[in-house]
Write a protein that binds this ligand. Structure first.
Ligand code: AMP
Length: 190
């Protein structure tokens, strides 16, 4: 199975690029952010809990997020592999993901990390706010909070996969198609 983590800060282009990877390699794309937003839209108990954290740019607690991710994976028994987009975001999530996949006889093949400078991230999120309808894109203070949370809590997850020789950094600056090409090359070299 081709299980890939698409990693990177908010605004790095994970969602956009995950769509291309999904099509090319016939994978299931799981974005925890998209699943939370779907639950918020449908006013589910999970959505109501997650919204308070998301609106402030904070992480949804691990317990909720890990349970959600596992139940989503189980919905796709015939998958050829998964692209995990926006998960794991904490060390505890990375450990839980490894243990969960191992219990199913699977593993993460690679973490591909889109690298984009902070100024460019902020410019992209400001632009995205015009069309995304996302509360967390609209407020510069919330954007800053998301970037800080990424630096403090999420970026350290890289070392978990670096230690396993599964980490590849990808230059996330350029045209969408240039970045897609870099990702395809990385996947083909796994
Ligand atoms: P994203 O769509 O990946 O930018 O995620 C939007 C928001 O959803 C984040 O700012 C968090 O509040 C929440 N979220 C998404 N994925 C996770 C995760 N793996 N752990 C905790 N919170 C998450």
């Amino acid at each position: 199975m081709l299980n890939i983590i698409l990693f990177g800060p908010p605004g790095a282009g994970k969602g956009t690029q995950a769509e291309f990877l999904q099509k090319k390699y016939d994978l299931v794309h799981l974005s925890t952010g998209d699943i939370f937003r779907y639950n918020i839209k449908n006013d589910t108990p999970l959505g109501i809990k997650a919204k308070a954290f998301m609106d402030q740019g904070k992480l949804v607690p691990d317990e909720l997020t890990i349970a959600l991710l596992e139940s989503e994976v189980k919905k796709h028994p015939a998958a050829k592999g998964f692209i995990f987009d926006g998960f794991p975001r904490t060390a505890a999530q990375a450990e839980a993901l490894d243990a969960f996949l191992q219990s199913r006889g699977q593993s993460i093949k690679a973490m591909l990390a889109l690298e984009v400078p902070e100024d460019e991230l902020k410019a992209r999120l400001k632009e995205r706010a015009k069309t995304s309808g996302r509360v967390d894109d609209a407020d510069p203070a919330v954007i800053q909070n998301r970037i800080d949370v990424y630096r403090n809590e999420t970026e350290p997850v890289k070392s978990h996969y670096q230690a396993k020789n599964k980490f590849t950094g990808i230059d996330g600056v350029g045209s969408i198609s240039e970045i897609t090409e870099r990702l395809f090359n990385a996947v083909d070299n796994i």
